[in-house]
Design a protein around this ligand. Structure first.
Ligand SMILES: [Zn+2]
Length: 466
């Protein structure tokens, strides 16, 4: 591994994969790599000086929120110029901190804090894209927390025994292309086959969107991580739920991440005059869709499906006239569950009821699978390290389940991963009102930093035994 940051001096794996430094980056700078190697922090050492600064965190959040942010919240879609701008901003911060920064073929930004020894790296980070009209914390908290960890290690004079990589994943939100975690799935080698098929609402394919921001989609395979190059990954994220706030707890340690099955349903009925057509014999596609919406809710509310969430989040009605019976409807169905069998069985049950309603109403239904991800159980040894870190920091934690998908879930398919939650005010997320106090983010960042140090120590012990 290279220990000198600079434009042409990428770590070996980055060079091999044809990765390139981010634009606007300048050559070697004074930074962490200029600090002579120091002893690795001992596990027994409380590292009292290792504390995140909520003022710095708030300033970073504010700077990122200005990109695509406004009255109606933050709009920074995956593979948009605004998302790229956010990546360049954070890449610049990490360059200034002395890290080697590069962008991969999937649009992810990766920065490496070198270590005295060339060992599999620890990673931490999250995403910088948002849903339309989203909040300023979803994803960004994990990136800002990762940057703050680098500053904390510098300020406390702590050197890890292995490289630390900060990762800003691209296109995590499924809002644009229907599929979530595109950047992190690429590093895990999942789902690169349909880049010419998945489209946003404007009909732009993922491949086109990537080209428009200067990425070559045919290189996507190069973004794949070599699992031997990574030891573990941690993601700090906002909870997007109410468990922590309602229990007055500031840190959550995630045990399980929900899976999701996403479908697009297309209903074909017959458009005709709303006054001239009697109520009998109509083929009203919207009335059939309404039955599907309530059936999905009904199935998910069944006590046997406790833990299932079903949502119809998009409904397009045509022709959309006040005086015409809706002849055509396209809607989405998103089913989430922590039980992978139940997740798929629930979808089948909803489709069965939908088909029944359509048949009764002389409407035809076609179904397209947009995405299907199984729930993930995060490795218990990583979780134990995080809970130990929370105790060392002196903060109360709860073990929680994540209803939302996260980049760490994709990463976990190839590299052991953990997720740390901080509270979301009123549980709100994907809306402009999304809020997490900087003090809570700082507390989560303390746990993140401590966890990374503990992981480094634990891995060193394992490596010693080998
Ligand atoms: Zn997120």
């Amino acid at each position: 591994m290279s220990t000198v940051p600079g434009r042409t001096d990428l770590p070996g794996s980055a060079r091999a994969a044809g990765k390139r430094p981010l634009d606007g980056q300048t050559g070697p700078r004074a930074g962490l790599s200029d600090i002579p190697p120091q002893p690795t922090a001992s596990l027994a050492e409380p590292a009292e000086s290792l504390r995140a600064d909520p003022v710095r965190i708030a300033a970073d959040l504010e700077a990122i929120a200005r990109i695509g942010g406004g009255e109606g919240g933050v709009t920074r879609p995956g593979y948009s110029p605004l998302e790229r701008q956010a990546h360049e901003l954070v890449g610049g911060w990490l360059t200034d901190l002395g890290l080697t920064v590069w962008g991969d073929a999937a649009g992810n930004t990766i920065a490496e804090l070198p270590a005295p020894a060339s060992k599999p790296a620890l990673g931490t980070g999250s995403h910088l894209d948002s849903v339309p009209g989203g909040g300023r914390f979803d994803g960004v908290v994990g990136v800002v927390g990762a940057v703050e960890v680098v500053r904390m290690l510098r300020d406390a004079g702590v050197t890890l025994g292995r490289p630390l990589r900060v990762v800003c994943f691209a296109a995590e939100e499924g809002a644009r292309f229907g599929q979530a975690c595109l950047g992190s799935r690429a590093v895990a080698g999942i789902g690169a086959s349909d880049i010419d098929e998945i489209r946003d609402e404007g009909g732009v394919t993922r491949a086109q969107a990537m080209r428009e921001v200067g990425l070559d989609p045919t290189d996507l395979d190069l973004a794949r991580w070599d699992p031997r190059d990574w030891a573990a990954f941690l993601e700090l994220h906002v909870e997007q739920g109410t468990v922590l706030e309602s229990q007055g707890v500031r840190v959550g340690v995630v045990d399980l991440v929900s899976g999701s099955t996403r479908l697009e349903l297309e209903l074909h009925g017959r458009a005709s005059h709303s006054g001239g057509t009697p109520m009998t014999g109509r083929s009203d596609a919207l009335a059939a869709a309404a039955e599907i919406v309530t059936a999905a809710e009904h199935v998910a509310n069944d006590p046997r499906h406790r833990g299932t969430r079903a949502t119809i989040g998009r409904l397009q009605v045509a022709p959309g006239n006040i005086t015409t019976i809706p002849g055509h409807v396209v809607c989405t169905l998103d089913v989430r569950d922590v039980d992978s069998d139940r997740q798929r069985l629930t979808v089948l049950e909803m489709l069965r009821r939908g088909a029944e309603a359509c048949a009764r109403r002389h409407v035809s239904m076609s179904v397209r699978l947009i995405g299907d991800t199984s729930p993930a159980v995060l490795p218990i040894w990583v979780r134990r390290v995080v809970t130990r870190a929370a105790r060392a920091v002196g903060v109360e934690y709860r073990v929680v389940t994540s209803g939302a998908s996260h980049d760490a879930q994709s990463v976990n398919t190839i590299v052991p991963a953990g997720i740390i939650f901080v509270p979301s005010r009123a549980g709100l997320s994907h809306v402009a009102e999304e809020w997490t106090d900087a003090a809570d983010i700082a507390m989560g960042t303390d746990v993140l930093a401590r966890s990374l140090i503990e992981l480094d120590g634990e891995l060193a012990v394992i490596e010693g035994i080998r």
